[in-house]
Design a protein around this ligand. Sequence first.
Ligand SMILES: C[S@@+](CC[C@H](N)C(=O)[O-])C[C@H]1O[C@@H](n2cnc3c(N)ncnc32)[C@H](O)[C@@H]1O
Length: 269
Amino acid sequence: MTARELLQQVAIDRGDAEGLLANALKVDRAWLFAHGDEPVDDTCARHFMEQATARAEGEPLAYLLGYRDFWSLRLSVNRDVLIPRRETEHLVEWAIERIDAGAQRVLDLGTGSGAIALACKSERPRVKMCAVDGSQEALSCARANGESLGLEVDWLYSNWFDTVPPGCWDLVVSNPPYIAANDAHLSQGDLPAEPALALIGGDTGLESIEHIVGQAPDFLLPRGWLLLEHGFDQAEAVARLLRTKGFTNVSTRQDWSGQARMTGGQWLS
Ligand SMILES: C[S@@+](CC[C@H](N)C(=O)[O-])C[C@H]1O[C@@H](n2cnc3c(N)ncnc32)[C@H](O)[C@@H]1O
């Protein structure tokens, strides 16, 4: 069968099908248009058909391809890690602003594939970056991404701050789990395939954020910053948590779609 015929056979989004076929053939998508009438060998064709079936049954494209592009990096991903989201690139922008303002020791809490830590490190190589996760499997994925990209990060297995050195961080940045356990979104899109540990922030959705805000002052240097990604409807609650804890200069930023998506504050004393 030719590439064009294979693409016509499958009942999935055309862009996804092209991505899967190009990946199976180890070519780029442009190749498919130039060589669409050439026969595809049986092994590749079978692999493509199996992957297209999995995609039709809901397997996320990124897990089938084995990667997701984030910032300027191609990150390997698997079912042990959250698929990095475009919204999180705005959190990276904010973190880089703080690094440019003088932050030298940066902690990424709940690193998953390593997305935030590696994006910051790739842009500002002199920063001292440590990244934590409570999943050994996620840390293995993050560490492998760091090695293949040649980016040096200290990877630490820890339940949030439990094994993190206190009192020495200029910046703590985190995209923690923030979906409520009974939220209907958990059964939609890619979410059913992603790790529950990466998604669910307790019954209210805010439990991980509450924990991080509560602990962060013991770990930040004076004038250090805490930046948090959160759900589109959680900005007020997160800002309140930060102010109540004693953070100053609390502000919220929007993502590319105009949703209030991240809130941060400074610890002065
Ligand atoms: C929403 S994902 C974010 C992953 C990555 N930072 C990103 O933005 O793509 C949250 C991450 O927090 C980790 N996590 C959840 N509970 C944790 C805990 N108690 N301690 C440390 N990490 C935790 C999960 O394993 C997951 O990798």
